[in-house]
Design a protein around this ligand. Structure first.
Ligand SMILES: Nc1ncnc2c1ncn2[C@@H]1O[C@H](COP(=O)(O)OP(=O)(O)OP(=O)(O)O)[C@@H](O)[C@H]1O
Ligand SMILES: [Mg+2]
Length: 321
């Protein structure tokens, strides 16, 4: 079985209706709002505390001390991305479908238990295929859920784009935590106007930023994050697989890897090569981005034209032969 066939097989339990995701910018109205979107429970930063009330008080205290940044939700919505106000949009529906199997795996409800399943890397073969777009949408979508809290990490350290996309300041971030022995990750986290969404930006510019992703310090940090924040889904917007070897090392330390494939642009050769580099990993999914549908209705259950996503294996870019 080829690597591509194996990737497809892993997505085998997806019905056609769940493999297609809808428009971004056009954001058509498709369904009723998700009641989960109205929930405002807060996060837990402290794992292992035995006394509930002490834990809750400590949590509130530590939450208050975090830097706060206001995500420009209006701009995000205008850009056709998932926002709390956009629960009737096509993009919201799309990412509701995309996140489902990832959450199942993260929560140990998938077919087999996954180590560090809560660490989800979003990557692609080449630059510009939609990694950041999908990372932000995935994180926003999960943060809308009643039961889940999310940490979005800008791990594309050589080319960070989360601050620009969310209209926030960069400040202290991943690089600072890796470079400064005594800076705990908790001090670099940012809380936002989305209750359940925290951010960790890329941090200071460093000439060897990408190399640091493959360092022992990063491995330790991932260990810490997966256990300390085990109740959190952690999404890593990451560098492309074919641009750096570090990205592949990073992938090997994740519980789940999502490879964004840009329809009509990602070549079969690049996809094959990219997947070959992570062949040994168990939990790799493909997310087909920017699929151009013919207008009209009913294609895999969605009636719209324009650009969209597919999750799984579809369209012309990913036929493995
Ligand atoms: N499905 C989509 N619909 C509309 N626009 C999209 C979609 N996916 C990506 N884009 C846009 O395409 C551009 C490239 O996307 P993005 O920045 O997410 O790619 P990337 O893989 O993170 O790139 P880089 O490798 O440079 O970090 C952005 O302007 C983004 O808004
Ligand atoms: Mg990016």
């Amino acid at each position: 079985m080829s690597i591509i066939e194996k990737a497809v097989a892993r997505l085998g339990d997806w019905s056609p209706a769940t493999q297609r995701l809808g428009t971004a910018a056009e954001a058509a109205v498709t369904s009723e709002p998700d009641p989960a979107g109205e929930s405002h429970a807060s996060l837990s930063d402290i794992s292992g505390a035995r006394d509930g009330s002490i834990a809750a008080a400590s949590k509130e205290h530590s939450e208050r001390t975090l830097r706060y940044e206001e995500i420009d939700l209006v701009r995000l919505k205008e850009a056709g991305m998932v926002t709390p106000e956009g629960t009737r949009s096509q993009i919201f529906e799309e990412f509701r479908l995309i996140k489902r199997p990832l959450l199942k795996n993260a929560l140990g409800q998938g077919p087999t238990p996954i180590q560090r399943g809560n660490l989800i890397m979003v990557t692609s073969c080449m630059p510009g295929e939609g990694k950041s777009f999908c990372s932000v949408n995935l994180a926003m979508s999960i943060a809308m859920e009643m039961d889940h809290t999310v940490l979005l990490v800008d791990a594309d350290v050589a080319k960070p784009s989360i601050p620009r996309m969310l209209s926030i300041d960069g400040g202290l971030g991943l690089m600072d935590v890796l470079l400064e022995d005594h800076l705990p990750v908790s001090q670099a986290l940012i809380r936002t106007n989305i209750d359940k969404l925290k951010l960790l930006t890329a941090g200071r510019h460093h000439p060897n930023a990408t190399e640091l992703l493959a360092s022992g310090a990063m491995r330790e940090l991932l260990d810490e994050m997966s256990s300390r924040y085990s109740d959190r889904i952690i999404i890593f917007d990451s560098p492309p697989l074919l641009a750096t070897t570090e990205s592949r090392v990073l992938a090997s330390q994740m519980g789940q890897v999502v490879v964004v494939v840009e329809a009509g642009k990602t070549t079969q050769q690049n996809l094959r090569e990219g997947l070959n580099h992570i062949e040994s990993l168990e939990n790799v999914s493909l997310l087909l981005n920017k699929t151009r549908f013919r207008g009209g209705s009913g294609y895999y259950g969605y009636g719209y034209g324009g650009y969209g996503y597919g999750y799984g294996y579809g369209a012309e870019t990913s036929q493995g032969n």
